[in-house]
Design a protein around this ligand. Structure first.
Ligand SMILES: *Cc1c(COP(=O)(O)O)cnc(C)c1O
Length: 447
């Protein structure tokens, strides 16, 4: 190991989502700077950040507008407690978010990451029912392939899988319904002729046990960590309709899908729904600083608004709640959307991405391709006809990752799902190159 920095990394650091033993043969890549879509390593190599640095970069790295906003904020206020005190960057951001999210969402609770944004929604929903005299409503419903974060509560409402199975004995009880995974339809149907039959188990559950259920949580349109499962907006609309009908809160977890990733500012716009809670993080600061937000309705807010002695207060908060530097970055991120008409500019790129991955459908070992906005996924299978997945031990994703690096691509498949989660700031030429080289990587890896 030539680089002394990597020696020290190995001595001291425990990386997330990493079997540290693998680092002996595959040390982490030391990144020194980034520009636009490119990550530059200390050894002179560079990589296209096709997964937006874990789904958070929106406008590209080293963006002058966001940098300037953070620097300006740094000269006046870096951090202040958010109970009893407030500040303009947070107020501005709250006003902007209320304006661009579904119109029933008018109250903003800040935190500092995606998991906390989810925990806040779960706790608020739970306490809402308690505060309103319906304490029997205490269960949560999630999708069997959902992912909502790595804290205990967020893991409890997620599907059980590789990431969280070790902790399952710690989870609070939740109810799970099948995911609208069209390629592997839980009802054995085909999208061209189905009538969203996969929503029926949820309907039955809500009808039978709605009185015990506080809320349902769902990732709108794209179930990201579960394998970039992309489902029809009609399913989401139906979920909202059913939760409303059976008096159960609907929490949309837009931590991954928010901020333009699916082609609209928020994925739930495509189903034209008004959820009771919306969780945001990742793209909110375009990947500059950690920030989480939970939006809710006036109705939920009012169930907590009471004389102090009634003990209806929401006792929850994080030290870095609404950090002013993070709020300044988020305000700048939204300003760019407006000033550069990002959502309009990205439209032709969305078409190009869809065509590019559709083109890979015919490759050997490609079972399914799917896309939504700047998210695209390619599901690899051992047998196309039987849809047999590659086994866990084959580590096909790792082979794709390694071959990607050789072609300047940061591809980090989720198991057998190779995907793109592109910054909206990608250029046409970059996208063409990424698609072409990814195709080569797949062909070479699977040959
Ligand atoms: C990443 C993610 C989270 C968790 O966010 P963190 O900031 O990593 O805690 C929650 N929900 C969804 C949908 C996510 O993709």
């Amino acid at each position: 190991m030539a680089d002394p920095w990597l020696g020290k990394d190995r001595s001291y650091i425990w990386h997330p989502y990493t079997q540290m033993k693998d680092c002996r043969t595959m040390p982490p890549i030391l990144i020194e700077k980034a520009q636009g879509l490119k990550l530059y390593a200390s050894d002179g190599s560079f990589y296209y950040d096709t997964i937006a640095s874990w789904w958070c970069n929106v406008h590209g790295h080293n963006h002058p507008v966001i940098k300037k906003a953070i620097k300006k904020q740094l000269d006046s206020l870096e951090q202040v407690l958010f109970a009893g005190f407030t500040h303009k960057p947070a107020i501005q951001l709250a006003e902007k978010l209320v304006r661009i999210t579904p119109k029933n969402l008018t109250k903003i609770f800040f935190s500092d990451n995606g998991s906390t944004a989810v925990e806040v929604a779960l706790k608020m929903s739970f306490q809402y029912w308690r505060n309103t005299g319906a304490a029997k409503k205490r269960l949560f419903v999630g999708l069997d392939r959902g992912y909502h974060g790595d804290t205990i509560g967020a893991m409890s409402v997620s599907g059980i899988g590789l990431f969280n199975e070790a902790f399952a004995p710690l989870f609070f009880p939740t109810l799970k319904v099948p995911s609208p995974y069209c390629y592997r339809c839980p009802m054995g149907k085909d999208r061209s002729s189905c009538r969203l039959d996969c929503v029926r188990p949820l309907e039955t559950l809500l009808r039978e046990r709605g009185k015990e259920i506080a809320a349902l949580i769902i990732e709108p349109l794209v179930m990201a960590a579960g394998g970039m499962i992309i489902y029809p907006p009609e399913y989401l609309a139906k979920v909202r309709e059913l939760t409303g009908k059976f008096n159960v809160h609907c929490i949309v977890d837009e931590v991954a899908t928010g901020f333009g990733r699916t082609g609209t500012m928020f994925a739930c716009e495509q189903a034209d729904i008004q959820p009771d809670f919306m969780c945001l993080s990742k793209g909110i600061t375009s990947g500059y600083l950690p920030l989480g937000v939970t939006l809710t309705t006036k109705r939920v807010f009012e169930a907590f608004y009471a004389d102090y002695n009634l003990k209806k207060t929401f006792y929850h908060g994080h030290t870095y709640t609404a950090n002013p530097l993070a709020c300044a970055a988020a305000n700048a991120c939204l300003d760019i959307f407006q000033e550069q008409a990002t959502l309009k500019a990205v439209k032709p790129l969305i078409t190009m991405l869809r065509a590019g991955i559709e083109d890979m459908r015919s490759l050997d070992y490609v079972g399914d391709v799917r896309s939504a906005g700047m998210i695209g996924a390619i599901e690899l299978v051992k047998d196309k006809r039987k849809k047999t997945p590659f086994s866990f031990k084959e580590r096909i994703g790792l082979a794709v990752y390694k071959n990607g690096l050789k072609k300047n691509l940061l591809l980090r498949p989720l198991g057998n799902i190779v995907y793109f989660f592109l910054p909206l700031g990608v250029t046409r030429d970059e996208l063409a190159l990424i698609l072409e080289r990814s195709r080569e990587v797949l062909c070479e890896t699977l040959a």
